[in-house]
Design a protein around this ligand. Structure first.
Ligand SMILES: *Cc1c(COP(=O)(O)O)cnc(C)c1O
Length: 339
């Protein structure tokens, strides 16, 4: 095998040895299959291709200082996938099957798990798609669940750093009663143009307000938002936000650290009052926010006055990473060991 340059991995796709597949046919899920083929052979009338019957997840495996392999909160991903399945009428995959598939694919690709010192990790991508042929708009009768992995580099190569974001009003990621709370590809298709506008203008990502009133904070691109002030961790409550497992974990850690936690609508103007703010998700854990520009209203909310991440964000980031890599105890039982 060619040597992998662990220190210079990006967030791209690298071929690994195996993926795990599970087929849903005749009303039931089959056995997990280990597969070395990278491609899928599916019917051209599969519902995932036409009507968006597609769900995905994202989680990571980490190699600890002790050499052990840890996967962060796979049960939570399994439950979120089940919620997505209910949302777009796909059969739910049992939690045990999901976790077993994750364990199997990680174990089979053990040589692709980056060493502890690299700060890199193994990204795990579960996918559930409607494969049954259908031309009328109906849910499929056959489904495929696939999990593949790819090694990814540390998100912050030059150290934990802040980024600018821009409020985009001309496109919505998800409707108030749409599919925003489900992890489906359609939400990403809806976000591509806004994301390109933001990137082309030099921002890390687009920033969404609620689709109905354009008054409250929704999501920070494909990440959840949180703000910090007066020893309180504040994150939006909305019917179009994807429930981030990272955010849920940070809320718990903030509480453990003696902070107050609030989940409520956050009006745009409140951005002015935050001492710190961040975008959170599996990829970066926390991506601290430098400022948020509202170009149409000629406003700029400067959050990191000195351009640096704040102390609370840094503490939360370090604490969560320490649990993921096994450097510190895991009091909430979030980690699944792969042996
Ligand atoms: C996946 C995702 C997140 C982050 O969720 P995590 O479970 O923390 O990785 C946030 N927002 C959107 C839109 C997502 O798809």
């Amino acid at each position: 095998m060619k040597d992998i340059d662990w220190a210079n991995l990006s967030f791209g796709y690298m071929k690994t040895d195996y993926n795990v597949r599970c087929y849903y046919r005749d009303g039931k899920w089959g056995e997990l299959e280990l597969c070395s083929e990278e491609t899928l052979n599916i019917h051209m009338a599969a519902t995932c291709l036409h009507y968006g019957q597609e769900a995905f997840e994202g989680l990571k495996a980490y190699r600890g200082k002790d050499g052990k392999i840890r996967v962060f909160r796979p049960q939570a991903n399994a439950e979120r996938l089940q919620s997505t399945c209910r949302g777009i009428l796909m059969p739910e995959l049992p939690t045990e099957t999901f976790c077993e598939a994750v364990r199997k694919v990680v174990k089979a690709n053990e040589r692709f798990i980056p060493p502890y010192e690299s700060g890199a990790s193994l990204y795990i991508r579960p996918l559930l798609i409607g494969t049954g042929a259908q031309v009328g708009v109906h849910p499929a009768n056959e489904y495929l669940f696939v999990v593949f992995v790819t090694p990814v580099g540390p998100y912050f190569k030059g150290g934990f750093a802040t980024n600018p974001y821009v409020i985009i009003r001309q496109f919505d990621r998800a409707a108030p009663l749409g599919t925003g709370t489900y992890k489906v590809g359609g939400n990403y298709a809806a976000s591509l143009r806004a994301n390109k506008i933001a990137h082309d203008a030099g921002y890390a990502s687009e920033f969404y307000l609620d689709a109905k009133e354009k008054k409250y904070i929704d999501e920070c691109g494909a990440a959840n938002f949180f703000g910090i002030k007066d020893n309180t961790y504040i994150t939006p409550l909305s019917t179009s936000i994807l429930p981030s497992i990272t955010n849920r974990s940070l809320m718990q850690l903030a509480e453990d650290m003696g902070m107050k936690v609030e989940r409520r609508p956050i009006p745009e103007e409140e951005l002015e009052t935050f001492e710190e703010a961040g975008a959170c998700g599996t990829a970066a854990v926390i991506s601290p926010i430098e400022r948020i520009d509202d170009l149409e209203n000629h406003k700029s909310y400067i959050i990191a006055k000195d351009g640096k991440p704040g102390p609370v964000s840094e503490k939360l980031y370090n604490r969560l990473r320490a649990i993921q890599y096994g450097d510190e105890p895991d009091p909430h039982g979030w980690v699944m060991l792969v042996e």
